[in-house]
Design a protein around this ligand. Structure first.
Ligand code: TRP
Ligand code: SF4
Length: 328
């Protein structure tokens, strides 16, 4: 039996951090053995908010691909491609736009939120309103059964399903409704205890080498009330502890107890975490070095991904055209 198809994507807007790795990429890496996976670098989506400044786009595309490969996405086991290489997606987007009421797009919650957040930039554009439509085309073009995403993307999935339903009810059953495959969230704080985010400058880049990891762990905020090792600590307010919960889960209990009793010191605690993180990112760094020094391999991966993606995309668009009777 053919494997179920999975589709997901990321915008090429700059380097990924450890939170992105844990939240999304690790999951993708697991999925590539069970499903037929299509992973897109969605450069058209990056244009919806970033159309004015495109000078870093090419570098970001390649950077994202290297982040993916370093995490363990394997071109032999999944299809990685650049969205703008698959023109059929643009055609499907156009055709779907004919049947999609504007109100459906206006009421997607991320739309108004983003308009507010990005106030001052001119994003009252046709393209930005159509962001979720383009995402629907991304997904429906492969007739994907599942879409691994975070909770924030659920409204976009819902719109995708509604558009598919509407298409099928007008023209007959062509586009299956995809389901979200919710990514389990592991809350990874930034080194200052706030949410990890590139824009806060508190992130640990996926590309960090061991020295950078150690330096970042050094910067982490511990329990501010604990001055001497003998002072009883409060692991719940400590960023180092939050990391241990995720990366050293088998001994986090012991760490917390030692901290509360004033027996386990912050210096050792940080050293243990740094060792753990270094062990975890070691294999990533190795793969990164391999791909970073071989730009032609990156080109080959994108070319192969493009060809495979286009083959399926062309089939779906053909079916869609025929169902709409715009092709004799
Ligand atoms: N909107 C998604 C995000 O910001 C990116 C995306 C574009 C996507 N097309 C997609 C995700 C298709 C899943 C499927 O994360
Ligand atoms: Fe945080 Fe560890 Fe220090 Fe406790 S011992 S305050 S958990 S760094």
């Amino acid at each position: 039996m053919a494997r179920q198809r999975i589709m997901s994507g990321m915008r090429p807007t700059g380097r990924l951090h450890l939170g992105n790795y844990l939240g999304a990429l690790e999951n993708w890496v697991r999925l590539q053995d069970t499903y037929d996976c299509f992973f897109a670098i969605v450069d058209w989506h990056a244009l919806t908010t970033g159309y004015e400044d495109t000078k870093d786009l090419t570098a970001n595309v390649r950077g994202l691909l290297v982040d993916w490969l370093s995490a363990g996405l394997d071109p032999e086991r999944c299809t990685m491609y650049l969205q703008s290489d698959v023109k059929e997606i643009a055609e499907l987007h156009l055709l779907l736009s004919m049947i999609t009421p504007i109100a459906w797009l206006e009421r997607v919650p991320t739309y108004k939120e983003q308009l507010q957040q990005l106030e001052g930039r001119e994003i009252h554009t046709y393209g930005f309103l159509g962001y979720p439509m383009l995402q629907a085309a991304d997904i429906l073009i492969f007739k994907a059964g599942y879409v691994p995403v975070g909770e924030d993307q659920l409204p976009h999935l819902e719109l995708t399903r509604e558009v598919a339903r509407r298409f099928n009810s007008i023209y007959g059953p062509v586009l299956p409704e995809p389901q979200a495959l919710l990514t389990e969230v592991k809350l990874l704080p930034g080194v200052d205890g706030r949410k990890m985010s590139k824009s806060y400058g508190n992130d640990i880049p996926m590309s960090a080498d061991e020295a950078v990891v150690r330096q970042k762990v050094q910067m982490m905020i511990t329990d501010p009330a604990r001055i001497r090792k003998a002072d009883p600590g409060h692991p719940d307010v400590c960023t180092v502890h939050a990391f241990h919960k995720i990366f050293s889960s088998e001994r986090v209990q012991e760490i917390a107890e030692g901290c509360v009793k004033g027996a386990f010191g912050c210096v050792q605690c940080k050293r243990d975490l740094a060792d753990r993180l270094a062990g975890r990112i070691g294999p990533l760094a190795e793969r990164r070095r391999y791909y970073e020094s071989r730009p032609e391999v990156l080109d080959d991966i994108l070319a192969a991904g493009r060809d495979k993606a286009r083959k399926w995309a062309a089939e779906t668009v053909e079916e869609v055209r025929r169902a709409m009777r715009i092709q004799q």
